[in-house]
Design a protein around this ligand. Structure first.
Ligand code: BGC
Length: 736
């Protein structure tokens, strides 16, 4: 503790001493993040480095080139300040983990942390010292392509997993050679862009912003995330990059965030395109005033800040504060002592341990959505022939998903490869791609697919979306299976044999048209390098599925946003208040159709609820209890239940705790996730799953935007999904 304090003091002294020696231009240089890449150092960049006009470089990952960049900065600039080297290492570097949304389906913070550790070690050995992750935007709109990058719809799940991920990147000590600084993004409200269309406006009232979207950022800030990135979109009329209320007042003043804030790619100059400012000069003034410490790709700061400061329009103390934050991180990373990537520290790429982590993450991320006829698991013993059909069965690059600039598809093991390996000497595997891409409309191979399915004992269809259909700016208005895939399902069904669909996708798809046409659905997201073996283990029951949905699956697009922790409304729907459009009596009057909050054509429930996920075993929850039915405000308490594996196989279950605050100063969601735990149970085994809560965990922002816990009545549920019915009640009493 004492040493840590001394270390901090030491860093602060070094920052202050260096800042003292810096010219205004050199300070502003630190606030500039410049794009590079292709293992090439452009003359302008080299010149900028020598002149101290660059604080960081992004997108160069060749270790030799990175070292040369650092050498120029350290040896040829007046002050010798080393560079931050940033890169989007989002879900792996060479070894690719499942997309973040898939990782969220593991509900396993330790595993998420290990995955980020693997990524950090591989990236650091290439000279990268800063990643633009974790992405912790809460997203309730699967049309948005960037839902692939986030950790789901829930603030608690996102907070816990986001913190795990940033800890994985940053390691126990930022000063270690294998640690990289994390960047929580995109601050804030980006997950709520209108109609799920990237970069669109986000209109989120402050109360919702604080109770939902800001919570993971607060958690990340409290956990010591090194940096934050502002979002591209506007929130309540002010683009995030110029949003003083968000960045300076809430993040820096209210939360006392000590790291620095970087803009998104060129988002300072984009303030002008948004129509907030008239020119780049005004944009840089707005962004610095708002508290954006570093400009990513763009020269608004470099060109205009010197003059803005000299004219007194910007107080130099704002610049000093920004530079202090940036230098602090460089000292914390140990860059002044160790600016170069050292081959001696190099972490082996795609080591056996890293691949094992990727496999485990993929395994736990896959969600068994349906298994009505219990066709899964397939039997290795009795199966004689298997048809493997579909455009994503053997697509080494597609299974990696979005944001894999450095991912090596050569390392991928595809489902087809893994199934063939397992089948060798046991049963026959017949493969037909049937569609060129997931988007193909050409059905000419479908006849062959039906014939193949007819000849084999069972068929596994590998369907979904190619990687390019999700990610930044890759949004969809129709999120059903693209191309002719639904037709392929219908045709293969004609063969009359068991059909399993494995879906690889970057978002929840609307599966209403196909769920009843197949015997089982395994949802595998984009599972990364080791997706093939993981899926194969699940198909054949070597392991039992244990992923749970981190986001609700709509029946149809028109239901969006649909999420479990919605408000009750004054007219909540019930099963008997719902009328379907096809059942409306021709004589019905305006006031006779239920009059509750539902859609005539879609009801009010999702196709699959948040937290849903089946297993090859069955679990029974009983005996939910709260340690005391009367809890004094300011105290801790326990909620627990018994969980028993009542089936025949060993499996993991993700136990979930939900709470409802029945009466609030502002209305509270019908349920909120407050805790979760992955437990492993052998057949017949029973455990008590206990969650400790503090009344602080019940806090929310009220009408005056202050955090509060109100005495009153609460309900708690424990179970295997957000739909669980096992409930108990408790009361929070005012303090004595
Ligand atoms: C994205 C960021 C990303 C940055 C750098 C932007 O387009 O919005 O998430 O970190 O590019 O590549």
């Amino acid at each position: 503790m004492v040493e840590e304090a001394r270390g901090t003091e030491d860093v602060e002294q070094r920052v202050a001493a260096l800042l003292e020696r810096m010219s205004l231009e050199e300070k502003i240089g630190q606030m500039s993040l410049v794009n590079a890449g292709d293992s090439y150092i452009h003359d302008d960049l080299a010149e900028g480095l020598r002149a101290g006009r660059v604080g960081g470089v992004l997108n160069e990952v060749d270790a030799g080139t990175v070292n040369e960049l650092q050498r120029i900065a350290v040896q040829e600039s007046r002050l010798g300040i080393p560079l931050l080297i940033g890169r989007d290492v989002i879900h792996g570097f060479k070894t690719v983990m499942p997309i973040p949304l898939g990782q969220a389906a593991t509900w396993n913070p330790d595993l998420v942390m290990q995955g980020a550790r693997v990524a950090a070690c591989e990236a650091a050995s290439h000279g990268v010292n800063w990643t633009f992750a974790p992405m912790i935007d809460v997203c309730r709109d699967p049309r948005w392509g960037r839902i692939a990058e986030c950790l789901g719809e829930d603030p608690h799940l996102t907070s816990v997993l986001g913190v795990a991920m940033l800890r994985g990147f940053q390691g126990p000590d930022l000063g270690r050679p294998d640690a990289i600084a994390a960047c929580a993004k995109h601050f804030a409200g980006y997950g709520a862009v209108e109609s799920g269309r990237d970069y669109a406006a986000a209109n989120v009232p402050e109360n919702e912003l604080r109770n939902v979207h800001l919570r993971p950022f607060r958690a990340a800030a409290d956990a010591g995330v090194a940096t934050l990135m502002t979002s591209f979109s506007e929130v309540d009329g002010v683009p995030a990059t110029a949003n003083e209320r968000l960045v300076r007042r809430i993040l820096k003043d209210e939360w006392a965030f000590g790291g620095f804030v970087v803009s998104d790619w060129d988002s300072v100059r984009q303030l002008c395109i948004h129509g907030l400012t008239a020119d780049d000069r005004e944009s840089s003034r707005e962004a610095v005033t708002a508290g954006v410490d570093m400009e990513m790709h763009g020269d608004a700061y470099t060109v205009h800040l010197p003059q803005l400061v000299r004219s007194g329009e910007i107080d130099e103390r704002l610049v000093d504060d920004a530079v202090r934050r940036i230098l602090r991180l460089k000292f914390q990373l140990g860059l002044f002592e160790r600016p170069y990537a050292d081959p001696a520290d190099s972490h082996p790429i795609a080591s056996e341990a890293s691949l094992a982590t990727a496999r485990q993450a993929a395994l736990q991320s896959v969600v068994l959505l349906t298994n009505e006829h219990r066709v899964l698991p397939l039997s290795r013993e009795s199966l004689r022939s298997l048809a493997v059909i579909g455009p994503l069965a053997d697509a080494a690059d597609e299974q990696l998903g979005t944001w894999v600039f450095d991912g090596d598809a050569g390392l991928s093991v595809t489902p087809l490869q893994a199934i063939r390996e397992l089948a060798a000497g046991r049963f026959e595997v017949h493969y037909l791609r049937a569609m060129e891409t997931s988007r193909s409309r050409d059905t000419s191979a479908f006849g062959e697919a039906v014939a193949l399915a007819g000849q084999c004992d069972a068929t596994v269809l590998f369907l979904g979306e190619e990687a390019i259909l999700s990610g930044e700016a890759h949004c969809r208005a129709d999120i059903s299976l693209p191309g002719a895939q639904a037709q392929l399902v219908a045709r293969v069904r004609e063969a009359g044999k068991p059909v399993v669909a494995v879906i690889l996708a970057g978002r929840p798809l609307t599966l209403t048209d196909i769920v009843d046409r197949v015997d089982a659905v395994l949802y595998a997201w984009h599972p990364g390098t080791m997706g093939g073996p993981a899926i194969t283990d699940l198909l054949f029951g070597i392991k039992s599925p244990s992923g749970k949905l981190p986001v609700s699956f709509p029946r149809m697009v028109g239901q969006i946003p649909i999420y479990y922790s919605h408000k009750n409304t004054g007219k909540p729907p019930t099963p008997d208040s719902v009328v379907h459009i096809d059942d409306i009596d021709p004589k019905a009057q305006q006031l006779s159709l239920g009059m509750t909050a539902f859609h005539l054509d879609a009801g009010y429930t999702p196709l699959f609820a948040f937290g849903h996920g089946l297993s090859y075993t069955s679990f029974e929850y009983t005996g939910i209890r709260v340690s005391s039915e009367q809890i004094r405000l300011g105290q801790s308490f326990h909620v627990h239940a018994e969980l028993r594996n009542t089936g025949a196989v060993a499996a993991d279950e993700v136990v979930q705790l939900y709470v409802r605050d029945l009466v609030g100063n502002v209305t509270r969601p019908v349920r909120e996730l407050k805790g979760f735990r992955r437990v492993h149970l052998d057949p017949g085994q029973q455990v008590v799953v206990d969650f400790e809560l503090h009344t602080d965990d019940l806090a929310f922002y009220g009408r005056d935007m202050r955090l509060m816990v109100e005495p009153g009545e609460f309900q708690a549920w424990i179970g295997g999904s957000s739909e669980t019915g096992l409930c108990c009640a408790f009361r929070v009493l005012p303090p004595v």
